[in-house]
Design a protein around this ligand. Structure first.
Ligand SMILES: Nc1ncnc2c1ncn2[C@@H]1O[C@H](COP(=O)(O)OP(=O)(O)O)[C@@H](O)[C@H]1O
Ligand SMILES: [Mg+2]
Length: 271
């Protein structure tokens, strides 16, 4: 360690990359239910942080607050140095955060390629007049979008025909398209809500390899996943929630040995 690094936070930045996301004492109350009840964690560039906890623990609610879909009751969220608490989802996406959903969300009657293309900034920026008149500039940028979208589909290991509509695809392929779509917006941070749900064992292994490949691009990743074996293997850090509360935050080794985590999981029985 260099002598110039005089405090812990500078040391962290030098070793773990820039801080992308900081969640501080996040709370979300629905009527009487405390869905999220004091959650704090951070994610750095190129880091995989998993959020685990029994069903109903508040994991998806936390994602919904971070990505702007829900307005938190209190607490703060900082993304890439800027406070984003209560900003709209479109603003947060444009700043470089992408997410997938617990239940796949795609344009189901649109073909695969167009699903990915609609997530691209360059696609959104196309001039309406150019598009209506199909000018050479439009055709060139449209062609580039197609090439980029196909590049992301290759990256995620999509194997089917990209001209099929989403409903014609097997479930595992729909999951891949959703991730390709998220990547097409070129995010700095990616939130994955149970991307392994409904996948078989081999598909899950492929998914974990894909998540590592995304991390290696420098993207920060927050992963909700129930398979403890996979979570322990892939995560740099793990945040554990139970009844909205954060009961632990640490490395896989720390989490495995944490009495509060063991108690919560033994109490739950099947998790
Ligand atoms: N839109 C909503 N309205 C009311 N209650 C909700 C809503 N979404 C989630 N909840 C409640 O918040 C709690 C946390 O749910 P959720 O965030 O989906 O948990 P997890 O993703 O960990 O399974 C649950 O008690 C759930 O019933
Ligand atoms: Mg959930």
């Amino acid at each position: 360690m260099s002598e110039a690094l005089t405090n812990a936070s500078e040391f962290e930045t030098a070793t773990r990359g820039r801080t992308l996301l900081e969640v501080n004492d996040l709370r979300l109350v629905f009527g009487g239910i405390k869905a999220v009840d004091g959650l704090s964690f951070s994610v750095h560039e190129g880091e995989i942080v998993s959020v685990i906890g029994p069903n109903g623990a508040g994991k998806t609610s936390a994602f919904n607050c971070i990505s702007g879909f829900y307005r938190p009751t209190s607490g703060t969220i900082t993304f890439d140095g800027e406070p984003i608490t209560r900003k709209k989802p479109s603003y947060i996406t444009q700043k470089g955060m992408a997410r997938t959903f617990q239940n796949v969300r795609l344009f189901r009657e649109m073909n695969v390629l167009d699903n990915v293309k609609t997530a691209m900034h360059s696609h959104l920026k196309q001039n309406v007049i150019d598009a209506m008149l199909h000018t050479p500039r439009y055709l060139k940028s449209e062609k580039q979008c197609t090439i980029d979208a196909q590049g992301w589909l290759d990256f995620v290991g999509f194997r089917s025909d990209d001209e099929l509509v989403v409903t014609q695809l097997p479930y595992g392929e729909q999951r891949r398209v959703e991730i390709a779509r998220a990547l097409a917006s070129q995010p700095k941070l990616l939130l994955l809500d149970e991307p392994g749900a409904g996948l078989n064992h081999n598909e899950k292994i492929e998914l974990m390899n894909l998540i590592r490949k995304i991390r290696d691009l420098g993207v920060g990743i927050v992963l909700i996943e129930h398979d403890m074996g996979l979570v322990m293997q892939i995560s740099e850090r793990i945040v554990v929630m139970n009844y909205g509360k954060e009961i632990a935050d640490g490395t896989p080794a720390q989490i495995k040995a944490d009495p509060a985590v063991i108690a919560a999981y033994l109490g739950e029985g099947d998790e």
